[in-house]
Design a protein around this ligand. Structure first.
Ligand code: NAI
Length: 254
């Protein structure tokens, strides 16, 4: 018999970069628990609409909101509107990210800036704009930031990406302390290698085989592996967990 879990019924969640990959899986996982999910997208409205349809099919209510997380004014305006449209915001998932890879000597200023601006400043912009709504959430608000194993271990050719993801951990622990007095929890989920468009673009077949040898659980992760961890941290049972980094990496880094 299927267990029906509607622990997020009545809660409003915003998932950045929700149009595909891990973000889409997170939207669906939150919807399965009954949440209203606002699917943020940067450019692909059609893909965000597809996610919204999956959210509805999974038992949640859906809305879409287009903005670039790197643009602080656009973030502020969009989140204000979400608050008005849905009567508040309970859960923010900072999932939007870009992997602009390249070796140090050839890495350009604009690549560095874009990496930091999307992956790190993007989460800061969203957290700042959402904070007053999260602090007023009926039950305690939640922020979940998607960092990366690479932010913890480093990786050749990914200095900017790793720096942005390491920074996201500092943002997580600091905001956890800053927002705790009102019960808002702030945690990070740190995925290992997950099968999505991002890894397909950057992980050739030979590198993939080599990587598999290093993963104790002997498989590349799937988006749902990450989404389940996020849905847990967003829920009432995780109310005493804050400032933590939950690794979802098959044992790649322990
Ligand atoms: P993806 O490339 O499929 O999805 C990234 C999403 O972010 C896309 O929907 C994209 O449109 C959105 N996005 C990018 N820039 C944006 C912006 N400026 N404003 C709003 N949205 C923007 O990649 P994937 O794999 O689903 O990644 C999701 C998150 O998980 C990212 O933060 C990534 O760094 C992280 N991650 C992924 C891992 C993997 O192995 N796939 C491993 C560790 C972390």
């Amino acid at each position: 018999m299927a267990i029906i879990d509607r622990a997020l019924e009545g809660k409003v969640a915003l998932v950045t970069g929700g149009s595909r990959g891990i973000g889409r899986a997170i939207c669906v996982a939150l919807a399965k628990r009954g949440a209203t999910v606002v699917v943020n997208y940067a450019a692909r409205r059609d893909a965000a609409d597809e996610t919204a349809a999956l959210v509805t099919a999974a038992g949640g209510k859906a809305a879409v909101s287009g903005f670039d997380v790197a643009d602080s004014a656009a973030v502020a305006e969009a989140i204000k509107q979400i608050g008005k449209d849905h009567g508040g915001l309970d859960i923010l998932v900072n999932n939007a990210g870009v992997a602009i890879n390249g070796l140090l000597l050839r890495y350009k200023d604009d690549q560095w800036q874009r990496s930091l601006q999307v992956n790190l400043a993007g989460a800061f912009h969203c957290a700042r704009s959402a904070a007053s709504l999260l602090l007023r959430a009926k039950e305690a608000g939640r922020i979940v930031n998607i960092t990366s194993v690479v932010g913890e271990s480093g990786n050749a050719g990914q200095a900017a990406y790793a720096a942005s993801k390491a920074g996201l951990i500092g943002l997580t622990t600091s905001l956890a302390k800053e927002l705790a007095s009102r019960g808002v929890t702030v945690n990070a989920v740190s995925p290992g290698f997950i099968d999505t468009d991002m890894t397909a673009e950057h992980l050739p077949e030979a590198a993939r085989a080599k990587l598999l040898e290093q993963i104790p659980l002997a498989r590349i992760g799937i988006a749902d592996d990450v989404a389940h961890a996020v849905a847990f941290l967003a829920g009432p049972e995780a109310g005493y967990i804050t400032g933590q980094v939950l690794r979802v990496n098959g044992g790649l880094l322990v």
